[in-house]
Design a protein around this ligand. Structure first.
Ligand code: URA
Length: 202
């Protein structure tokens, strides 16, 4: 049944995928959520940013990274000339999480929850076909790359997800508590931009 569900999700278009996430009851997180958080941005974005899971604000608003960590992420993206959309005509970024529902009291995602939610993220990546993925925090990294090392060990290199380059960095919520690592996160963004430019042949 698990394989059948994943196969069904792999065949969905955007509208079907949105509906499926909105009505998902595949794990216990559905009982505590206010809203599902599908993701936001352009459906053909060149950059895909992948975080962990909705927090309180995201759960209330239905949009990823709208709380404090999100403000930091937006600032970091803006420094690269990237925007999640809004009034701007060009939307270069799609932002999603490994989990589409908020874990109670923002506890860590559990392996079973990550496994149930992964087909949604995989399909989102397939549909967007980003030129580069920025994976923020250990859960995004574990989920995409199947690597369990600390971020500090995996950053600074270019990884691969199904032919798409993946750059790894600290989660913005972590950076809010560990300001000295902000400089490292900035290096990671610069690496990502260099990889992106190479992808475009610049
Ligand atoms: N942290 C995340 O990983 N994702 C969000 O959407 C908000 C905070």
């Amino acid at each position: 049944a698990q394989g059948e569900r994943a196969a069904a999700i792999q065949a969905m278009d955007w509208a079907q995928l949105r509906d499926s996430v909105a009505s998902c009851r595949a794990c216990g997180l559905c009982d505590g959520r206010q809203r599902t958080v599908f993701g936001v941005g352009h459906e053909q974005a060149h950059w895909m940013i992948i975080g962990e899971a909705p927090g309180e604000q995201e759960d209330l608003q239905g949009e990823p990274f709208v709380g404090q960590a999100g403000k930091l992420l937006d600032n970091m993206l803006r420094a690269l000339g990237l925007t999640r959309g809004g009034a701007e005509a060009v939307q270069q970024v799609f932002i999603a999480n490994t989990l589409k529902c908020r874990p109670p009291r923002n506890r860590n995602p559990e392996p079973a929850e990550l496994a149930q939610c992964l087909p949604y993220l995989q399909r989102q990546i397939e549909l967007v076909k980003p030129r580069i993925i920025l994976a923020l925090g250990r859960f995004a990294v574990q989920t995409l790359l199947q690597r369990s090392e600390a971020i500090g060990r995996l950053r600074g290199q270019v990884h691969d997800y199904q032919g798409i380059p993946v750059v790894v960095s600290y989660h913005p919520a972590y950076l809010l508590r560990n300001l000295p690592d902000k400089a490292r996160a900035w290096e990671d963004l610069c690496l990502a931009q260099a990889v992106y430019r190479r992808q475009l042949g610049e």
